[in-house]
Design a protein around this ligand. Structure first.
Ligand SMILES: Nc1nc2[nH]c(O)nc2c(=O)[nH]1
Length: 335
């Protein structure tokens, strides 16, 4: 059953076209003809559309929720969407404060307005970012889709395509997982995925991971880096994108190059050592304050090649073309 709803929202509070393709989540597909986005979270298929003053949604809810009334379903979907986009955090005052603190940010603020952090499911976030190592957005998206179709549950059929939930930890733990993922082209990441699932499960599984939301940033990051396949940058991505650590700054090559424009002492440095990583993190945390990680995402998005180009035009509709063709995104930026 489809549930429909809308949430009032200006484009300064959310720019969905940037947020859903700036390397936070890898499961969103853009439909250029219908000007909508298709994705999965909370084990449901969502179709989202940005209007001038609202986000409208259509959600395919599962049979498990058939005991709920229509009004209850709408209320639950509203709450899930508000939580996913963190609409409880007003973005405009943050942009104002970051613009006052930083002239460079101010110059980008209008073109890149509405760039906010998603609050993702920590399990999906961990395994997506294990896939992100040495990889580009297009290939990470393809690996995440393979994980879902191989180990997730089918939750819908949409436009003739099966749609899957993100796998539970227990289905990624089996020793056969590494072998299978290697044949699917995951390379060295295959072993990390199987081992990480095993270790997270030993520590208490999904609830242990979700509970890292309630521990201090330094402690959460230390727990994450002790999991196979999770280094300092991936740990910071997880802290920022699903564990509510709003100050976390993932330092990758993009952020290293951006930091060089602020810190002349970095000009001669060729790579990011642990010490340089900390210096860059602390610099941006002091510049932007407690939501420094959110501010960093604006700078990061502005540095992605596929978000610098002019917006893509909707293709002309051919005679036999369906209304709902989902277009492949231009997203092969290395992250
Ligand atoms: N520094 C960052 N690295 C990233 N990789 C990725 O996929 N997203 C990010 C990000 O937001 N910042």
């Amino acid at each position: 059953m489809w549930v429909k709803g809308r949430i009032p929202c200006s484009s300064a509070e959310l720019n969905i076209d940037i947020v859903l393709q700036c390397g936070q989540s890898f499961r969103w597909k853009r439909d250029l003809i219908n000007k909508s986005w298709q994705g999965v979270f909370s084990n449901k298929l969502w179709i989202l559309k940005q209007g001038s003053s609202e986000i409208s949604y259509e959600v395919l809810s599962s049979d498990a929720e058939c005991h709920q009334t229509k009004v209850e379903k709408e209320q639950i979907c509203n709450e899930e969407l508000v939580d996913y986009f963190q609409f409880n955090v007003p973005l405009v005052p943050l942009y104002d404060a970051w613009s006052q603190a930083d002239e460079k940010f101010k110059k980008l603020a209008l073109r890149y307005q509405g760039v906010r952090m998603l609050r993702q499911d920590p399990v999906e976030n961990v395994f997506s970012f294990i896939c992100s190592s040495n990889n580009n957005i297009q290939r990470i998206s393809s690996m995440v889709e393979h994980l879902c179709s191989s180990y997730g549950k089918q939750i819908a059929v949409y436009n003739g395509q099966k749609v899957y939930s993100f796998p539970e930890l227990s289905s990624l733990m089996d020793e056969s997982v590494e072998r299978n993922l290697r044949t699917l082209g995951f390379g060295y990441r295959a072993k990390y995925i199987q081992k990480a699932a095993e270790i997270i499960e030993q520590r208490g599984g999904r609830s242990w991971l979700v509970n890292l939301r309630n521990v201090p940033y330094v402690e959460a990051k230390a727990s994450l880096v002790s999991i196979p396949g999770i280094g300092e940058k991936v740990a910071d991505c997880i802290c920022l994108m699903s564990l509510d650590k709003t100050c976390a700054i993932p330092v990758d090559t993009h952020v290293f190059q951006i930091a060089k424009t602020y810190l002349p002492a970095l000009a001669e440095k060729k790579s990011v050592t642990h010490r340089i990583y900390s210096e860059i993190s602390i610099f941006f945390q002091e510049l932007y304050g407690p939501y420094a990680g959110w501010a960093h995402t604006v700078l990061f998005s502005a540095d992605l090649r596929h978000l610098k180009d002019p917006p893509e035009k909707a293709p002309k509709r051919g005679k036999n073309q369906q209304n709902n063709t989902v277009q492949k995104r231009k997203k092969n930026t290395r992250i």
